[in-house]
Design a protein around this ligand. Structure first.
Ligand code: B12
Ligand code: SF4
Length: 478
């Protein structure tokens, strides 16, 4: 069969879309032909005419679904090619199967269902039910999660050979584990864990040797200079992390960046991350207010503990890039200023502050609706950077805070002049904030030996993304 993947690439930087790359590898192992296109009608039409695909496969997130649907609606007006969708939006909103242009969905973890689906559809045996697959006629139950992640073949890096943004990048994406032990109210894990109750462990971790083998391929074949581990929380088991540090340092030796939680930052964990080559940790602080953190975000840790852990991380020469939520339901501008102060106390090397988005079917959506802060039908921001559908007091000030938050964290003296800063037109902070962001991407995120050529390429990509975000549009949640 000939399969054309359509990927929304405009919000991506060098982060390779791992989900479709895992699926593409399965296609190739089964001797199917695979093609990929960005979400651009002309390009897709050209590929349809040249490559004659038998199936269009799309990976969808909630914010990009309307744009991808628009594209397939246009394609279907002229070409009769079956369309299958998967990814978080298909997982949480299987009712989208009602859309005329969508023929199949794969819900949840994709690999096993995709392999079986390909076998069935290529032998035209579409009547037999396949677990995880939703068709116009059936919604089949979920199969258990894959318990041994080492069984999964490595992602197909060749899929994006024509896309320099990913293929020629010095920084390569890897995922060492799937899942998260926590259930924060605003995160997809909350619902994912409920769906998969009794069907597998909340957290699954690959073996160290399996990860090392993938990283070795990235280093030797793709000349990677840095690894970005996209785990929700980088594995924290004592024995595992020690083994990882030994092997990664010896066999790979590339700097890396990853996500973690202050809750799991024991000295043993941080020391081993540092020993392995971790340069920066992305960590959710989310709010500086302990009550809001526990009651609304369902996260439990004190400010004091966070400050201790941040100190520990810095002691091991790892930088901290914090993620924060502003405009939290039931919170206020005062709480957001507390968040700003906590980031200063943590001595965060860089901080992002994003609007709390009530993604549909997360616990926080219900919390916001119950508090009368969200309409039944609401407009979800395509990106959390600029706006929020929540009804908030001081919304204008919170929007302004978003722009100067990182600047104040990096220049704490400014905290004494907040009254004046709130009155300064936001575009000044937009400009200053973007300059700071660019500088911090280089010094906090991309901490590897970068050539001038790559520096220029990254700079162009950075500005392209900024422009995309500036001209974003919102979507309506039905
Ligand atoms: C890495 C990452 C990013 C990267 C790269 C995104 C990408 N497209 O790959 C960056 C940093 C750019 C990013 C940006 C955003 N992200 Co993000 N991101 C992630 C993260 C941490 C890991 C994704 C991943 O690689 N997972 C591993 C792979 C193996 O899993 P997977 O992608 O889900 O794919 C599997 C299945 O879903 C399925 N599948 C996937 N696609 C398809 C397609 C077909 C045809 C089939 C059959 C099956 C299938 O099979 C795959 C294999 O099992 C997830 C959280 C998570 N743990 O998944 C959030 C997550 C996907 N992101 C999310 C969001 C909201 C965003 C942003 C919108 C944030 C924003 N700026 O406002 C942007 C949107 C960018 C975009 N247009 O893609 C949400 C999505 C929620 C939702 N309801 O859609 C998630 C789930 C995080 C969360 N906590 O809620 N993100
Ligand atoms: S710790 Fe992070 S990944 Fe885990 S549930 Fe909370 S927000 Fe989601």
């Amino acid at each position: 069969m000939r399969i054309l993947f359509i990927v929304n690439m405009e919000d991506l930087g060098f982060e390779e879309p791992l989900g479709v790359m895992y699926l593409s590898k399965i296609c190739k192992e089964k001797n199917h032909q695979v093609y990929v296109s960005e979400n651009n009608y002309n390009r897709i039409e050209k590929m349809i005419n040249e490559e004659k695909p038998d199936l269009l496969a799309l990976s969808i997130l909630t914010p990009n679904f309307p744009y991808l649907l628009d594209t397939v609606n246009n394609v279907k007006q002229r070409y009769d090619i079956p369309v299958i969708m998967g990814g978080p939006h298909a997982t949480f909103f299987p009712e989208i199967i009602k859309e005329n242009s969508i023929n199949y969905l794969i819900v949840g973890e994709g690999e096993k269902a995709w392999a079986e689906f390909l076998d069935k559809i290529s032998s035209r045996e579409t009547a037999t039910p396949v677990m995880n697959v939703v068709s116009k006629a059936n919604k089949n139950p979920l199969r258990p999660l894959i318990s041994n992640l080492d069984e999964i073949s490595f992602p197909d890096r060749e899929l994006f050979r024509g896309y320099e943004q990913f293929y020629a990048s010095d920084v390569r994406s890897v995922i060492a584990s799937r899942g998260c032990p926590y259930m924060c109210s605003y995160c997809f894990n909350y619902q994912y864990q409920q769906m998969y109750k009794g069907l597998g462990a909340k957290l699954r971790v690959r073996s160290v040797s399996n990860i090392i083998e993938e990283c070795l391929e990235l280093k030797e074949r793709y000349h990677a200079k840095m690894i970005h581990f996209f785990d929700d929380i980088f594995p924290f088991d004592d024995e595992w992390i020690e083994d990882f540090a030994d092997k990664y340092k010896m066999k790979i030796g590339l700097p890396f960046i990853t996500n973690t939680s202050f809750n799991v930052c024991s000295e043993h964990y941080v020391r081993n991350l540092s020993r392995a080559g971790c340069k920066t940790l992305l960590i959710g602080v989310e709010t500086g207010n302990e009550t809001l953190r526990e009651k609304i975000l369902f996260r439990k840790i004190s400010n004091k503990k966070m400050i201790e852990k941040a100190h520990l991380i810095h002691k091991y020469n790892i930088k901290i890039y914090t993620q924060n939520l502003i405009g939290i339901p039931c919170g206020s501008l005062k709480h957001d200023i507390e968040t700003l102060r906590l980031n200063i106390d943590l001595k965060a090397d860089f901080s992002g502050a994003y609007f709390c988005q009530p993604y549909p079917q997360t616990a926080i959506e219900q919390i916001a609706k119950d508090a009368g802060l969200l309409e039944e039908k609401f407009v979800l921001s395509r990106s959390f950077y600029y706006s929020t559908p929540l009804k908030l007091d001081n919304k204008k000030e919170i929007e302004r805070l978003h722009f100067f938050f990182p600047l104040v964290v990096n220049f704490p003296i400014l905290i004494n002049f907040l009254d004046i800063i709130f009155k300064i037109p936001p575009f000044i902070f937009k400009i200053l904030g973007n300059i700071l962001h660019g500088y911090k991407i280089r010094t906090v995120v991309l901490r590897y030996d970068m050539s001038l050529n790559m520096f220029i390429k990254n700079l162009i990509l950075f500005f392209k993304r900024k422009v995309n975000r500036t001209f974003h549009s919102d979507i309506t949640v039905k």
